[in-house]
Design a protein around this ligand. Structure first.
Ligand SMILES: NC(=O)c1ccc[n+]([C@@H]2O[C@H](COP(=O)([O-])OP(=O)(O)OC[C@H]3O[C@@H](n4cnc5c(N)ncnc54)[C@H](OP(=O)(O)O)[C@@H]3O)[C@@H](O)[C@H]2O)c1
Length: 265
């Protein structure tokens, strides 16, 4: 795909952070949008602003994608409205930092449902139309934690390892079809993510990127048909560290890194 002009892009988690920044940037590049998240009012207000600023169509479909059947229901609602999806941005996800046993299982189930199941199901449902058109693709928002074990964010980082492996597997399967499957790997980015994942942690030592920078890198990598992009040189180098050490050493390094940033647990 050479540009987003006139394409219809489905963005999950568009009510804040990186998803909202994708919506703003792509509307400014003349893409029509389908935006989803749970917060209906935020989506409606975003849609109104973007439609009047950029003369594009922004369709709002609120949905809880952590609920069983949520992804299929969202897709069916979009199709019943007669819309087609040229690009899918699987962005909605959340994390929770704690010792493994200090968070309830229900929250982990909900996290896996949102971060993994809904992403797989939306990809499964949207891909056939893209293959038929030999155009478009999927942007899966993974993370730099997809390259390292991340003690105290173990389930969240495991979901992102899944997203990375899933994306690269599909990239291989569907190469040369005109459809791009791309994994975007941000590091710490200034969004609401940390108020949910790390409500009690001191964030002063984290090195945050802006959502706008993350999105710029994501759009550039996708349009260049890359399989993945790690946002920023420092974070790219961090993601390469596991190539040079034993896995046991990497666990120790990750542990001391998380303790330096978040303190001892
Ligand atoms: N911020 C970072 O440092 C960072 C780093 C690496 C990767 N990422 C990834 O970037 C992506 C976006 O996160 P963000 O940083 O922009 O965080 P954010 O500001 O918290 O945005 C998360 C989005 O997901 C939506 N969402 C949450 N639960 C949902 C549910 N059950 N059903 C449907 N939508 C739901 C939220 O909307 P509602 O609450 O309205 O539903 C919101 O729009 C995620 O995949 C995250 O893992 C973030």
């Amino acid at each position: 795909m050479k540009s987003f002009i006139g394409k219809t892009v489905l963005i999950t988690g568009a009510s804040s952070g990186i998803g909202e920044a994708f919506a703003k940037k792509l509307a400014s590049e003349k893409a029509n949008l389908i935006v989803t998240a749970r917060s209906k009012e935020k989506l409606l207000s975003l849609a109104k602003d973007l439609e009047s600023a950029h003369s594009v169509r922004v369709h709002v479909f609120p949905m809880d994608l952590s609920e069983s059947g949520g992804a299929k229901k969202l897709y069916d609602n979009i199709k019943e409205s007669g819309l087609s999806i040229d690009v899918l941005i699987n962005n909605a996800a959340f994390g929770k930092s704690s010792k493994f046993l200090d968070t309830e299982m229900e929250l982990y189930k909900s996290m896996i449902m949102l971060n993994v199941n809904s992403l797989v199901e939306l990809s499964y449902l949207c891909l056939p139309e893209m293959l038929q058109k030999k155009d478009g693709g999927i942007i899966n928002v993974a993370s730099t934690v997809a390259f390292l074990p991340f003690p105290f964010s173990t389930i969240y980082s495991a979901t992102k390892w899944f997203v990375m492996s899933f994306s690269e597997g599909l990239y291989g399967e569907y190469r040369d079809t005109g459809v791009t499957i791309f994994a975007l790997c941000p590091g710490a980015t200034a969004t609401n993510f940390f108020s949910i994942a790390h409500p009690d942690d001191d964030l002063s030592k984290a090195n945050f990127d802006t959502s706008e920078y993350v999105v710029e890198q994501g759009i550039d990598g996708f349009l260049k048909d890359k399989n993945y992009v790690v946002v920023g040189l420092r974070k790219y180098l961090m993601a390469q560290v596991p190539r040079f050490f034993s896995r046991r050493m990497i666990i120790r390094m990750a542990l001391s890194y998380t303790q330096k940033i978040w303190g001892k647990r």
